[in-house]
Design a protein around this ligand. Structure first.
Ligand code: BES
Ligand code: MG
Ligand code: ZN
Length: 491
């Protein structure tokens, strides 16, 4: 689908649907909504608002009962002006495009630039959010459905008559397309069946689609690199583990960042096998990896002055005669010995080696993103992701940046007392510390594999995969983290 902004009046762009908007409580619409109101003989002010009592409540979409020359008019409620923000624009745009699709026979939609009028938001940000919302709204994973969902909409045009705003909006649409497509690509990867998506195919995907130079290390090479912890997790599977390193290297980088994605292509729990209900969605255990690959692709398109390394230790956690076992001791790449207390706490064991590898590259900051702990889901639900690390300044910067990108992260503590429960009789550390404070103990475990580099850990266990649609209308894989990481790297 084409998303574009045109420097024209909304009335001069032929379309099947025209989208205007209304803040809650407004009785006499101004701006473009006012123009449409006049064009339709005050239908919005005299009928929709007065008789139909459409109040402009956030998220409500009212279709005018009159269709002139085949054009449908949607009035979208923006809610209270003081509550309005960028995320609301994104979620609303997703809803608008879904409504337009359902209304039938729509090929082209033209919309005003929500937020850039009386709300006074930045036209670039508004256009980016509209574009991201539209791409979310048309997203579906129906590859395995015999009957595919049809989308007749071919074009979504934003009309902006003010030249200055138009110029800014154009940049916003361009960025929105890159980010929105990156998010949808991550969703596709995560939703994919683990029958077809395993370390080898994930690595192939990264080579073809990350847009960056990609090196894939096989089992033998990984062994030579000393990554025994990572190898132990994958040893029960028929699929060979793969270590993936994508690099984006501009000429004179201002800084260097490594992003590591947890890449368990299926987490059965291993010998400490999960109960059926917990295992059902565990193809999502590579959501961090999917985010990293998609971010690399977006970075290759945006081309910031930042060197970015995308790292994934991809394997499958399965029970079999060759699996790693509870009570095993394995030696990680940095020499730390790990007693396996529970084979289902596998993500952190693979990340241990990936963190050591990332630090050896020599970067200014390492960020890992992982569906790491059920405890994080219990603590924060599906609404916010967890964030921890060894550098509070970087953590708070990340939270702020992510918030701007419309993703919420909440810091969980890493007080050293949480480390007590990781103490082992036979090794330097255990891989789990029991149920209490499970996200924090996981964070402490990871910290043992980072020496001096500022490091941020993102726990997306609760937010990566949803069993009911969120405010953006997205169910199953959300692509969480993609937007924040792109924003963080590029600013
Ligand atoms: N992949 C899971 C965490 C997870 C749970 C992700 C729910 C998404 C939704 C992780 O590997 C895991 O199994 N963690 C265990 C750790 C425990 C054994 C200490 C958990 O959280 O139960
Ligand atoms: Mg597990
Ligand atoms: Zn896992």
């Amino acid at each position: 689908m084409k998303v574009e902004v045109k420097n024209k009046s909304i009335l001069d762009i032929p379309a099947d649907v025209i989208v205007v908007n209304l803040f809650e409580g407004v009785k006499n619409p101004k701006g473009v909504t006012g123009i449409i109101d006049k064009e339709y003989d005050n239908l919005i002010s005299e009928y929709v608002i007065k008789k139909e009592h459409f109040s402009g409540k956030y998220g409500e979409i009212y279709q005018l009962p009159v269709v002139k020359s085949g054009v449908k008019i949607f009035v979208a409620g923006l809610g209270k002006q003081e509550d309005f923000d960028y995320v609301k624009i994104r979620n609303l745009s997703s809803k608008i495009i879904k409504t337009a699709m359902l209304s039938g026979n729509v090929k082209k939609v033209v919309s005003i630039l929500h937020g850039a009028g009386i709300a006074g938001l930045c036209p670039k940000g508004c256009a980016q959010m509209i574009t991201e919302g539209v791409l979310s709204g048309i997203y579906s994973f129906d590859k395995y459905k015999s009957k595919k969902k049809e989308n007749s909409i071919k074009e979504f045009i934003i009309a902006e008559i003010d030249k200055e705003k138009y110029n800014k909006a154009k940049l916003g649409v361009a960025r929105g397309l890159i980010v929105g497509e990156a998010v949808n690509r991550a969703r596709d990867l995560i939703n994919e069946s683990s029958q077809y998506l395993y370390p080898e195919t994930l690595a192939e995907y990264a080579c073809k689609n990350s847009g960056t130079e990609t090196k894939v290390y096989n089992k033998k090479q990984v062994k030579e690199m000393g990554m025994n912890a990572f190898l132990a997790v994958g040893q029960g599977s028929v699929h060979e583990p793969k270590f993936i390193h994508m690099s984006y290297k501009p000429e004179k980088p201002k800084r260097k960042i490594a992003i590591i994605g947890k890449g368990i292509t299926f987490d059965s729990g291993g010998l400490d096998i999960k109960p059926p209900s917990s295992m059902l969605t565990m193809r999502d255990d590579m959501s961090g990896a999917a985010a990293v690959i998609s971010v690399m692709r977006a970075i290759s398109e945006i081309k910031p002055d930042v060197e970015v390394h995308g790292i994934i230790a991809a394997c499958e956690n399965m029970p079999s005669g060759s699996s790693y076992k509870p009570g095993d001791v394995i030696i990680a790449k940095n020499g730390t010995s790990i007693e396996i207390d529970n084979t289902d706490a596998e993500g952190r064991v693979t990340l241990a080696d990936a963190l050591v590898y990332a630090e050896e590259i020599g970067v200014n900051v390492i960020i890992d993103i992982a569906t790491l702990t059920g405890a994080c889901m219990v603590a924060l639900g599906t609404v916010a992701s967890g964030i921890m690390g060894n550098n509070n300044k970087k953590i708070s910067d990340f939270i702020t940046t992510a918030y701007k990108a419309g993703e919420r992260f909440w810091q969980l503590p890493m007080y050293e007392e949480y480390g007590e429960s990781l103490k082992s009789d036979i090794a330097d550390t255990k891989n789990t510390g029991g149920r209490m404070g499970g996200s924090s103990t996981a964070g402490i475990f990871l910290s043992k594999f980072v020496k001096n580099t500022p490091w941020i850990h993102l726990d997306i266990a609760g937010t990566a995969f949803l069993d009911k649609p969120n405010a953006e209308g997205i169910k199953n894989a959300t692509g969480i983290g993609v937007r924040s990481l792109i924003e963080y790297i590029c600013n």
